[in-house]
Design a protein around this ligand. Structure first.
Ligand code: SAH
Ligand code: SF4
Length: 385
């Protein structure tokens, strides 16, 4: 085949095409105008991408054929390549292993919740913000990989769009419930530290929130952080007020530093000061995540100490207890009885708590676990070959 016969899409290296998923609506419009298109095409294009959920330009029938062809050569809205898709036995947790353009692997999880007395049915996506992570928490499979790179805003948005398309095509019906055909909630709790990749994460939040986008409300988004103080303070100033979750996981600095090296840089007192500022600016409740590691941080004295630490925040602080998902590090989750005792001691100190329901354990659902498992399987099979 001569060069002129080659499909035009192949003449540009993929990384030179504009990633439309990483653009806010204003950027999309400016980009189209820069290509000589009328500004009103931006509305049509955004509508095709985010409302009709077209997976490719050639399926955007509202756009003229000539523009569809040009977009194909100049731009992309592609999902990363799916390396593995696994569903839990009950079908309510679905996990993707995705390969980015440079071959880096990330994970994205869809969690489906039936309606309950507390609220309507939900489809929550757990999104990755980085490949790997720099913070090295000892219980976290991603932390053991080290940092690879930040994801672009487009790579973050693409994860959500993948499941948005899937739910549109095959809505999920909860037992005795309404079918759910759209993404309702986002948690930034996949691979990586969102506030280490602050700009791209915030841009992705804005794109996912915008009226021309998927219109996911800021109140339905939660950013989870290992406790990066400057990032928390910046987030407090943002007009888009998302929910904040702090990964605390220990009631004092000495214990926390053993499992979370970041503690040496940002001690608990500084993190709590930043949280207070966040609460003052936003008036919103902050969640403190506490991964329970049997025999490490789950004793009565730890519950009391945690309760005393957080009680001054009153109703603006809430603890989410997470029995650890087992990884190569060998930590064990405590018994149900231990968890109940821990909660009761928090309650006595005046701190509310909930226990995160274990989900998708049969598919290695904690962040970084699927990639670790797949990589191990691959190296085992190549060692056999
Ligand atoms: N880097 C951010 C967000 C990603 S991790 C953060 O640390 O908050 C999302 C949550 O999963 C964090 O609370 C993290 O501590 C928790 N987590 C990590 N490994 C886990 C494991 N093996 N079992 C249960 N939760 C885990
Ligand atoms: Fe990174 Fe969060 Fe895992 Fe810690 S828990 S290593 S910050 S992803």
């Amino acid at each position: 085949m001569t060069t002129s016969d080659a499909p035009r899409g192949d003449t540009l290296a993929p990384d030179r095409r504009a990633d439309l998923l990483g653009m806010t609506f204003d950027e999309l419009r400016d980009w189209l105008v820069g290509q000589g298109e009328p500004a009103y095409r931006a509305q049509q294009l955004a509508e095709a991408i985010y409302h009709r959920l077209a997976p490719a330009f050639d399926q955007m029938s509202a756009l003229p054929a000539a523009l569809r062809e040009r977009l194909d050569t100049l731009a992309t809205i592609a999902s990363p390549q799916v390396r593995a898709l696994v569903a839990s036995k009950d079908g309510r947790t679905r996990k993707l292993l995705l390969a980015l353009r440079d071959g880096r692997l990330i994970e994205t999880v869809l969690m489906l919740y039936p309606a309950s007395p507390e609220g309507r049915a939900r489809a929550t996506i757990c999104v990755s913000t980085q490949a790997g992570c720099a913070y090295g928490c000892t219980f976290c499979a991603t932390g053991q990989m080290g940092f690879e790179r930040h994801l672009t805003a487009g790579e973050i948005v693409a994860q959500v769009l993948y499941f948005a398309r899937e739910l549109r095509e095959r809505p999920w019906t909860a037992p005795d419930g309404q079918p759910i055909d759209r993404v309702t909630n986002l948690v930034f709790m996949g691979m990586g530290e969102p506030l280490h990749n602050y700009d791209n994460t915030l841009k992705a939040l804005r794109i996912l929130n915008m009226p021309e986008g998927l219109r996911i409300g800021a109140r339905h988004m939660t950013v989870s952080t290992v406790g990066l103080v400057p990032g928390i303070l910046r987030l407090a100033e943002e007009p888009l007020q998302v929910n904040l979750a702090i990964s605390l996981h220990a009631p004092n600095n000495e214990m926390r530093a053993r499992t979370m090296p970041v503690t040496r840089k940002y001690p608990i007192e500084q993190v709590l000061d930043a949280v207070r500022t966040y609460v003052e600016h936003t008036g919103r409740q902050v969640t403190f995540e506490y991964v329970l590691l049997s025999g490490v941080n789950d004793a009565d004295e730890h519950a009391r100490e945690l309760g005393r630490l957080l009680a001054p925040l009153r109703q603006l602080g809430h603890v989410n207890l997470i029995p650890v998902n087992q990884t190569a590090a060998g930590y064990q989750p405590p018994s149900g009885e231990r968890i109940r005792a821990f909660r009761e001691l928090l309650r006595i100190e005046g701190v509310t708590s909930s226990v995160r329901a274990e989900r998708g354990d049969d598919i290695a659902a904690a962040c970084g676990q699927l990639r670790t498992r797949e990589t191990r399987l691959q190296s085992a099979s190549s060692a056999r070959a």
